[in-house]
Ligand binder design. Structure first.
Ligand SMILES: C[S@@+](CC[C@H](N)C(=O)[O-])C[C@H]1O[C@@H](n2cnc3c(N)ncnc32)[C@H](O)[C@@H]1O
Length: 395
């Protein structure tokens, strides 16, 4: 019999088995359980519950029938308030541990705890369609995902008609419930039967097999064209709060460099009349950025397709006042970080989806930059992930 005493940063319960730290799936602080160890390393065990002897006082019933097995969510059996406290504490602890930054951080909640995602990625294995189970590569077949917008859920039952053998199906939706389906599969995909009218496009292995290869979506008052392979923020409501934070905090009348710019969202949201530069690795996303700048009445832009870390040299001469960075989870490449320091902007706005790499990068920047403003955002409700907005100004 073991008692869960805390949660680790991935939301797994922590207990000790023969003095070895043990992480347990599907548990909350206060749960008393029997467990089975499913993996053991020299440093830790990974375990699953065989019996709940007493459930935590914080336990709530999950609204999803797949929650016990599915690896898509972590926190469906916690109150929303408790999930926000977990995220706030996690971020504060990591910033203290890896950057020695001690600060009290507010977290902004999502407008919806459920049905907030405008995109989901389903795995396909031997024609089974769903998410990976939390502890194996087995597929948990689903016909509805509590995190996805309703228009996405309406499409899930017809996906089997595409006869995908193995691969992935990425479904996106927009503000008018249009659907874009991107199939990556090890077999040829042929369309049969009637395609629902709201399916704006189907792409299979990078070929358009029906309709268009993009959607137009909105964040706040801005419109964005998004190609099937471009990144786009998954939670439109929280993305708009990031836009508001940028506008509240950004230094005015400065040239802006938007790094890892995707389809141009963050830079475009500044509505700048100064020069707006952007760099992004995905070609279609850069084409989208150019289109989106015009669509949103930005005239003075210059987008470059390539890796941030190899393309920053020329910007040292461009009088950049503000650098916006929104990197993938691995954070800023060392080379990129060194080049940003050489560019020496007055302000760096860092939007992060991973507190550990954020803390690592802030630790490098903190000798030259002060944190002027920091806020956590619940971009991904019911998961252990937390988004962070940081405005840094040169000392
Ligand atoms: C977290 S997304 C942010 C996108 C955008 N700022 C937004 O708000 O939608 C990170 C982006 O970085 C791009 N990316 C990843 N590695 C990159 C690299 N080394 N150089 C340039 N872009 C990269 C990805 O394609 C993705 O569009």
């Amino acid at each position: 019999m073991y008692k869960i005493t805390s949660l680790n940063d991935q939301g797994l319960g922590v207990c000790f088995v023969d003095n070895k730290i043990t992480f347990v799936y599907n548990t909350l602080i206060g749960d008393v359980i029997d467990l089975e160890i499913i993996k053991s390393t020299s440093k830790y065990n990974l375990a699953k519950v065989t019996k709940y002897i007493k459930r935590s006082n914080n336990y709530c019933d999950s609204k999803c029938p797949h929650f016990d097995k599915c690896g898509g969510c972590n926190f469906l059996n916690m109150s929303y308030e408790d999930t926000l406290i977990f995220k706030k504490n996690k971020l504060e602890r990591i910033l203290k541990k890896f950057a020695n930054i001690e600060t009290n951080i507010d977290i902004v909640s999502s407008d919806n705890r459920y049905n907030y995602r405008n995109k989901i990625t389903l795995q396909v294995n031997n024609k089974k369609i769903g998410y990976y189970s939390y502890n194996t590569n087995e597929i948990v077949e689903i016909n509805n995902c509590l995190l996805a917008k309703e228009s996405i859920n309406e499409i899930i039952p017809i996906l089997k008609d595409f006869n995908v053998n193995n691969g992935k199906i990425i479904i996106r939706t927009n503000y008018i419930n249009e659907i874009l389906i991107n199939i990556i599969s090890d077999n040829d995909i042929k369309l049969i039967g009637d395609i629902p009218k709201n399916i704006k496009g189907i792409i299979a292995n990078d070929k358009v097999i029906h309709g268009e290869s993009y959607l137009i979506d909105t964040i706040g008052n801005y419109n964005f064209k998004i190609s099937y392979d471009s990144f786009f923020q998954v939670n439109n409501y929280v993305a708009n709060i990031i836009f508001e934070l940028i506008n509240k905090n950004i230094l005015k009348d400065e040239n802006i460099l938007d790094l890892y710019c995707g389809v141009g969202t963050l830079g475009i949201s500044t509505n700048t009349n100064n020069k707006l530069y952007g760099i992004e690795i995905v070609k279609n996303a850069i084409d989208n950025s150019i289109y989106n700048a015009k669509l949103n009445h930005i005239n003075n832009y210059d987008y470059k397709c390539g890796k941030v870390e190899y393309n920053l040299n020329k910007y040292t001469k461009e009088n950049i006042g503000v650098v916006i960075v929104d990197p993938p989870r691995k954070g800023l490449d060392k080379k990129a970080l060194d080049s940003i320091i050489t560019i020496n902007p007055k302000q760096i706005i860092y939007v992060s989806c991973d507190p550990i790499t954020l803390a690592r990068d802030l630790n490098t920047l903190k000798d030259r930059y002060n944190i002027k403003y920091i806020k956590a955002l619940d971009m991904f409700p019911n998961t252990y992930h937390v988004e962070t907005f940081v405005s840094l100004e040169r000392k």
